[in-house]
Design a protein around this ligand. Sequence first.
Ligand code: THG
Length: 370
Amino acid sequence: MSLSISIGPNIRKSAYFDATIRDGVQSFSVYNHMLIPSHYGDPDAEYDRLLNGVAQWDVAAQRQVQLQGPDAGKLAQYLTPRNLAKTRVGQGRYVPLCDYDGWLINDPVLLKLSDQTYWLSVADSDVHLWAAAIANEKGWDATVSEPDVSPMAIQGPKAVHVAEALFGAAAVNLKFFGFIETSVDGIPVVLARSGWSKQGGYELYLRDRSKGTALWDIVNEAGQPFGIGPGAPNDVERLESGLVSYGADIRWQDWRATPFEIGLGSLVDLKSEHEFVGRAALEAMAARGPQRKRVGFVLDGSPAFPGHPCPVTGNGKDIGYVSEFAFSKRLGKTIGVGLVDASVSEKETKLTVATDSGPVAARFHRIPFV
Ligand code: THG
């Protein structure tokens, strides 16, 4: 059986769509109502490139929610439990967003471009609607929009050489999550040291979508000496590294979780005085202690991941779920992450994962795996 998803007008195309089609993209997923490449037909080569070389990713579906105006900073701060008081222009921050009950609704990277301009580089949920509603209900002078910004990532140990070839020492000197507003061959970009892998790299936020193919080609050419090739956010590497995937590990209503449960509790600043959505609920949770905890799993064999979380039992009792698993070539085993009851002892070894093709034996493993 060969399945396909129709490409219609309600799924948006990335600024790099033409370039990725030309470069042989084999499969897309949908993220923030936009097509995002998921692979180019050679998973081993794409994984090796990320671990040992440099990979070029179309991540334009990481959309920017722009907050702009005199009250933009106030709005940004109200949206997240993380304290932004010390965040400077040119600094990025990983900022969980919660609803009023303390459940996660997104986990963006925040970029402070000026005192009156912030971007939330969002995961897969409609934060712009949420932010616009809050700004209006509060009567704050902040405009919420989705600007013409299309991130592209270069990830892997050799990404630094590509960035240096394109931007010189300014790129090399950037700290993790630091960014600068710059250009390459006259194309305006924000260059950040960031990206959804633990292999190091950069993100180029293109500020003119008509230049998508041009920028893709410029980066590709600069990367030739370093063996650059196409790739996409990599599920195996993110599982090995323990990166959170909103949409997979957590999803509002379906697979909801709190920052404390998912391992982002250190980003919830209850000591600061700042008011934020969900504060009362998060204070109550902090007092009560988390009900569940994030854990890693090793599964027997190499079962197929069915594309949705799978229930886990410990000694026959329901204890939680594996949100995603995949075979790691590097570790020679199938690894996964998920949530289980906080009371479960991690020495517990008799775990069973209910996959769509039957029960699979599993055990706990610390995160990160690597
Ligand atoms: N880059 C940009 N936008 C994004 C992502 C990105 N939007 C969607 C998604 N990824 C948002 N989620 C994450 C999750 C983890 C990280 C970044 C964005 C991340 N985490 C590091 C970690 O957990 O080790 C560092 C966290 C920290 O230092 O606070 O990088 O990747 N533009």
